[in-house]
Design a protein around this ligand. Structure first.
Ligand code: PEP
Length: 257
């Protein structure tokens, strides 16, 4: 299978932005600009409190609803947490797991990433698993070691047939929210490495079908070059997902391939 058989996927990560009124407006604008897009899968990963109002705005469009985290337990004494099945029951299709901000600020580990991935899949969600090295790790030549470890641990005990519901986002931590984008070559190198690791963990055809996103200051200007790389099948977009015209330009760039 080659690149042409992988449907590009552009996901917006709104992070902790957008109160309900703003969220509804942004979702409406996205729908008007790209609601019928079929050449690219589009996902809006919004704050928990915006899920219902965004769901109402994108209903019937080709934009899928996404969340930014979920807990690994089905229910119980986990104050402040949200179970994967709670997301599924209100129409969430995708969940981001292991974002570097969760690893950095909220104690997320490779082990908890794996537990959340399993819970999300069990609830019928599709998962965007984030991996990526810090600046120090890159400077110490540890990129492949770190990304390889994060990947192997996140996918521990995930069965072959579950992999169709997984997207991997390569997000170098030094490029997130900093305006510093990885060069297309740097991003492609690591995305190709990820595909190779997955081929080793599973098999070549499965890895060839896996969608891999790049994330880290992707915007309307640099998207086309990044998305033209053979192993980059989409983007996970933070800042630029908050402006409908910019996000639309990225979706157009992904759809053009
Ligand atoms: C992200 O949060 O996943 C991200 C890539 O952010 P930004 O596009 O703002 O760098």
């Amino acid at each position: 299978m080659d690149r042409l058989n992988r449907m590009p996927i552009i996901a917006g990560n709104w992070k902790m932005n957008m109160k309900r009124e703003q969220a509804a407006e942004l979702a409406k604008a996205l729908r008007e600009l790209m609601g019928d897009t079929t050449a690219c899968e589009v996902v809006a990963c919004v704050p928990f409190t915006d899920l219902d109002c965004v769901a109402a705005e994108i209903k019937g469009s080709n934009i899928a609803l996404g969340a930014q985290n979920c807990h690994w337990a089905e229910s119980g004494a986990f104050t402040g947490e949200i179970a994967a099945s709670m997301l599924a029951e209100i129409g969430v299709k995708y969940v981001i797991i292991g974002h570097s901000e969760r690893r950095q600020y909220f104690g997320e580990t490779d082990e908890t990433v794996n537990a959340r991935v399993k819970a999300a899949l069990a609830a019928g969600l599709k998962v965007i698993i984030c991996v990526g090295e810090t600046l120090e790790e890159r400077e110490e030549d540890l990129t492949y070691e770190v990304v390889g470890r994060q990947l192997a641990e996140a996918l521990d005990q995930i069965e072959d047939d579950q992999m169709a519901n997984i997207v991997i986002a390569y997000e170098p931590v030094w490029a997130i929210g900093t305006g510093k984008t990885a060069t297309a070559e740097q991003a492609e190198d690591v995305c190709a490495f990820i595909r190779g690791v997955v081929a080793g963990l599973y098999y070549v055809e499965l890895a060839a079908a896996l969608r891999i996103q790049y994330g880290g200051s992707m915007n309307a200007k640099n998207a086309a070059e990044l998305l033209s790389q053979p192993d980059i099948d989409g983007g996970l977009i933070g800042g630029a997902s908050l402006k409908a015209p910019d996000f639309n330009e990225i979706v157009k760039a992904a759809s053009a391939d």
